[in-house]
Design a protein around this ligand. Structure first.
Ligand code: BEZ
Length: 219
């Protein structure tokens, strides 16, 4: 089982941009790997079009997107024409690669199969997994949805922002946090460090009398 904080497994794969070694392809960037049950399916088409439109947002954050679906490269390339038409992106080269996982090897390696969704031969399909990998190839976050529920890519950008922010400061993002909101000082930070680093932090008075809920504007 993959554990947060471990090195994300490396693999070689056939993709729409040729064969890649995943870690080499990532280089010094963060990565988001998101999987799909099948080519030429409606929800997947909306998701891949949405990510194609969000590529500048991923680039701003230093994140390279890569998709995976249980089909071959030829079908993936044919499918990108539909995705571009649906997403109204007629004149662009499809802006990120799609892995061909016909064998399901990667879907098994990354534990992405959904036993409730099967193809016409009764084989399990890949669920809608999201893996976020940082610039040190560390596995930082995952989300797993069934095939019938499309993902919210605003949420995915939000969690990337939260991860990158919490890498820089001794803070954690509270429920429903969005850019510009206050954040929480991490509970292990001493009162002295709070006074020095977060002079505007406010400590909530709580029935327990414990001083762990300290909110601060972004440093
Ligand atoms: C879809 O992408 O629309 C889809 C794929 C497999 C099962 C259900 C929906």
């Amino acid at each position: 089982m993959l554990q947060l904080g471990s090195v994300f497994p490396n693999f070689k794969a056939n993709t729409t941009i040729g064969e890649i070694d995943f870690h080499e392809w990532l280089g010094n960037s963060w990565g988001i790997l998101f999987s799909h049950p099948a080519d030429f399916t409606p929800v997947c088409t909306t998701e891949l079009a949405r990510v194609a439109k969000l590529v500048p947002e991923f680039e701003k954050r230093g994140v390279k997107p890569i998709a995976l679906s249980l089909d071959n490269v030829k079908n993936h390339l044919e499918w990108t024409k539909d995705i571009k038409a649906y997403g109204n992106l007629p004149n662009v080269t499809f802006p990120y690669p799609i892995i061909a996982d016909e064998s399901r090897d990667l879907s098994v390696l990354l534990n992405m199969l959904d036993l409730d969704e099967r193809d016409s031969k009764g084989m399990p399909l890949t669920a809608r997994a999201v893996f976020i990998i940082d610039a040190n190839k560390k596995y930082r976050l995952s989300i797993l949805y069934p095939a019938t529920v499309g993902r919210n890519f605003d949420e995915i950008l939000r969690v990337i922002d939260a991860l990158q922010l919490t890498d820089k400061h001794l803070i954690a993002t509270p429920a429903d946090w969005k850019q510009g909101d206050g954040v929480m000082v991490q509970p292990t930070v001493s009162a002295e460090v709070v006074a020095e680093k977060f002079p505007n932090a406010k400590t909530f008075e709580l029935p327990s009398g414990k001083c762990y809920l300290r909110e601060t504007p972004l440093p």
